[in-house]
Write a protein that binds this ligand. Structure first.
Ligand SMILES: CC(C)(COP(=O)(O)OP(=O)(O)OC[C@H]1O[C@@H](n2cnc3c(N)ncnc32)[C@H](O)[C@@H]1OP(=O)(O)O)[C@@H](O)C(=O)NCCC(=O)NCCS
Length: 150
């Protein structure tokens, strides 16, 4: 099994990240410039990357902290790196950053049809607290809003 290291995400990760972004996130894919803007907002946002022992990008994730509330903005693990606990480690790093930033509650939105992500978040202590109808895919797919305390 590959040794995975969690590191701060940097612009140097974006070439590898953009190679995967559309395949993994489809209509919700972000652009390179939106990632650059996210990484630049170091006052409120923390992004982490998972690297294999050869330095290859295996995953990434980000959180925004505003006052005492945090929001998980994205979590992704490349297909060949999945089911090895990498998303759990990325989320743990985000929760540490949110705690350090003074957050008491963490929220996120996830597609109602994303069973893998919903199972992941439930196993990490998140509970569904509501729905946002038509949040994704131009109104076609609902979001589940999830929450956990820190
Ligand atoms: C969802 C995703 C981030 C999970 O990454 P991962 O590194 O494979 O997740 P982990 O190995 O840390 O899994 C942790 C737990 O999540 C759940 N889980 C993960 N993938 C799952 C799947 N395909 N089906 C069911 N449960 C799953 C399981 O409870 C798992 O624990 P287990 O392996 O001990 O059973 C990954 O599949 C992904 O990037 N998907 C595409 C992008 C995406 O949907 N991101 C989330 C948007 S909100």
């Amino acid at each position: 099994m590959t040794t995975v290291t969690i590191v701060p995400m940097r612009p140097r990760h974006l070439d590898a990240l953009m190679h995967h972004e559309h395949a993994m996130f489809g209509t919700e894919a972000w652009t390179r410039s939106s990632y650059r803007a996210e990484l630049a907002d170091t006052a409120h946002r923390t992004y982490v990357a998972a690297e294999g022992s050869d330095g290859v990008l295996l995953g990434w994730a980000g959180v925004r902290v505003l006052a005492d509330e945090a929001e998980i903005l994205t979590v992704g693990v490349v297909p060949e790196g999945r089911r090895q606990g990498t998303a759990r480690r990325l989320i743990a790093a985000l929760l540490d950053a949110a705690r350090a930033g003074g957050a008491a509650d963490v929220f996120l939105e996830v597609r109602v049809d994303n069973e893998a992500a919903r199972a992941l978040y439930e196993s990490e202590g998140f509970a569904s607290i509501g729905m946002r109808p038509g949040y994704y895919d131009s109104g076609r797919v609902d979001a589940v809003v999830m929450h956990r305390e820190l």
